[in-house]
Each structure stands twice: as C-alpha cells, then as structure tokens.
Design a binder for this molecule. Structure first.
Ligand code: SF4
Length: 355
C-alpha cells in the first residue's frame, strides 16, 4: 500500500480548492492569509483578503500605513487584535529584519500574533521547511484516524501530535503535505457527518471501526456565556446645518482597542432610558446640559467566544449648547461616521440607521 503522505497528496491534487495564497511563496501574502483565516471561514474572509493585500501589497506598505487605516480594512473580520498584531509585526520586520520577512521558525515565531501553527505554516509554505501544522482540521482527522483520546488543550498533548505528524510528513513536499492534511480535515473528515464510505483511509480509520466518528476528537464541555449589557450614548447636535456626534477612541486593552465607538456604560442588567439617565456615568457626561431623548434602539446581539453582548444605542440631542465634557471625545459629522474603524456591532448599528 502507498504511504500515508502519498495517498493524502493524491487526494489533495484531485480535490483541493483553488485559493490564491496557495499559488505563491511570498511569505507576506501567506502570513496575511493565515491570520485572516484563523477565525474566519474561507468564503467569509476571501474578499477581505483580496482587499487587504490590494491596499497593503507588501510589508513596507503595511508598516508605512496609519494603524487606523489598517483597522478600517480589517473592519468586519472581528478579532481586531489580529490586525493590531499584523501592524506591529510589519514594523518589527522593517526595523529588525531590514524589511525582509524572517525565514527561520524561531524568528517567525517571535513576531506578534504568530503562534506555533502560523509559524509552521509560513515556514513550510514559503520556505519549504519541514514543520507539520496543527490546526482544528488536523486534530479532527488524525484523532479519528488513530483513535486518539487526548483533549489537545495542553502542550503535552500537542507535542505528542507533533511527534506523530513528524513521522508522516513528506520531507520533500512539506508545503503540499501541510495543505493536504488541513484540506482533508476541512473537506473530507468534516466535523459533522463525514462521508466515510468515500474516504481513502476508511480501511484503517480507528474511529470508523469503533463507530466513534461523532465522538472524536474529544472536546471540553462549553460553559454558558455571561450576558453583558452595553448602553451606548449617541449624542447629536447641530452646528451650521451640520449634524454632529461624538466618538471615543478605545484605549483599553480589550478586543476593540483603538477602534471608535460611542461613550458606553456596561451593566449586568437591561437599563431603560429612564434608568440610564440616573446613572453617574450619564450625569457626569451630560453635566446638567439641557437635552432630549430621541430614541433607544432595539437590542443588538453580539456574541464572542466567552461572553455575549446585548447592546442598546440611546440617541440624545442637546437643545442649545453641548457640555464641556465632550471635549475629550472626537467630534465628527454624522456623514463621516463610516470613515472610522469600528467594531462589527457598531458597523451594523450605523448601517441600519443610514450612516
Ligand atoms: S473514515 Fe471517516 S472519520 Fe475516518 S478519516 Fe475518513 S472521513 Fe474521517
């Protein structure tokens, strides 16, 4: 019987999807594709990838851009720490590597936002180095094929998987092997109802023999996500026939760092506008300036892996003057709101309200 890698590669050549980043050895393009598709499905992220590399075709153009422009290109992809890390890494490549993408696993791994998986992917796809990749697709396929019962949440379990993959990888074609094993998990050994009758590995698949395909890989039981209420304040005022509003740039270290949004109070229960007006947060910022409440939006739900946001946008108009407390915010015309990098949650609200 042909070796594991030969059968896998044959399957890949017959079934692979036609994806632009698989046709290049440019480490920059490979890196950007790997980061975009870490938490985004290929059909969802494809256009983002194309737009991003069109806007920033190489490390120099990315490093020379404004961070806000990079975040704006990323808008809609979520997980903005990926964009911030890409931007930081581009600066490091210019400053420490004279603008040349590093070509050792160790140096690639040192760049912000690059973990074991991404470093191995870049090293094998761009530089033909023999490092196996381990992503969710690989874990699922190999767990089922060998009947592995590890959780793969610990370094020790992952190390065992690397040892096994190192015995399987084709040292002549590490790029094809790595693409093939991930593609096999994505298209053939799918999470739900894989078509095992058509699988080239069905004869030796332990999970299939033991009727445990649905059970493997083992997963940690999910905890239920807490709900956090976000109470946004959209201030409106008119000046010289222009409608103005105020944004804050988020300086906290959270997921939306350096993005723009309206001033916001988090709460652990729903606040009506009447209740919101009574909060110190609201009173401090409005500071007795006359205003009237225009409307409060319907609930906007935004799910993260570890919590769920229920967001309400309260629109408030100042009748004559605006409070001095707004001076530390960014004043903008509501016509220009779409120029700011914002979270997906904000983007949906702005789109729904014609901004
Ligand atoms: S037989 Fe089924 S479970 Fe086993 S490797 Fe093939 S697709 Fe995956």
């Amino acid at each position: 019987m042909k070796s594991f890698s030969a059968r896998l590669e044959k399957w890949y050549l017959e079934h692979q999807r036609d994806l632009p980043w698989r046709k290049t050895r440019d480490p920059y393009l490979i890196w950007i594709s790997e980061i975009i598709f870490q938490q985004t499905r290929i059909n969802q992220g494809f256009e983002y990838y194309q737009r991003f590399v069109e806007a920033f075709p190489n490390v120099a153009s990315l490093a020379g851009a404004d961070e806000a422009a990079v975040l704006k290109q990323w808008q809609g992809l979520g997980y903005y720490s990926r964009a911030r890390n890409i931007y930081k890494a581009a600066q490091i490549i210019i400053e420490k590597h004279q603008g040349v993408f590093p070509d050792t696993l160790e140096d690639i791994r040192k760049l912000p936002g690059i973990g074991e998986y991404t470093a191995a992917a870049i090293a094998s796809f761009a530089f033909m180095q023999v490092f196996p990749v381990v992503d969710g697709n690989v874990i699922r396929f190999i767990s089922r094929l060998y009947g592995l019962e590890s959780l793969f949440t610990t370094d020790a379990a992952k190390k065992e998987l690397y040892v096994l993959l190192n015995t399987l990888i084709d040292p002549q074609k590490p790029d094809i092997f790595n693409n093939a094993i991930m593609e096999f998990g994505a298209l053939q050994c799918k999470p739900a109802s894989p078509d095992c009758k058509k699988c080239v590995f069905q004869a030796e698949c332990v999970a299939l023999k033991q009727k445990r395909v649905d059970e493997l890989p083992l997963k940690l039981k999910k905890k239920s996500n807490p709900i956090v209420f976000l109470n946004y304040l959209m201030f409106i005022s008119e000046e010289n026939k222009e409608q103005l509003t105020w944004l804050r740039k988020r300086s906290d270290m959270g997921i939306w760092q350096n993005l723009y949004d309206f001033p916001c109070l988090e709460s652990d229960q729903k606040l009506s506008f009447k209740q919101f007006e009574q909060q110190e947060f609201f009173k401090d910022i409005v500071s007795k300036t006359p205003y009237h409440h225009i409307k409060t939006s319907a609930k906007h739900i935004h799910k993260l892996t570890h919590k769920t946001f229920y967001a309400y946008f309260h629109a408030v108009e100042f009748d004559n003057e605006v409070p001095k407390t707004l001076a530390h915010l960014h004043k903008t015309s509501t016509d220009k709101l779409h120029d700011f990098p914002v979270s997906r949650l904000m983007e949906i609200f702005l789109e729904e309200n014609g901004f």
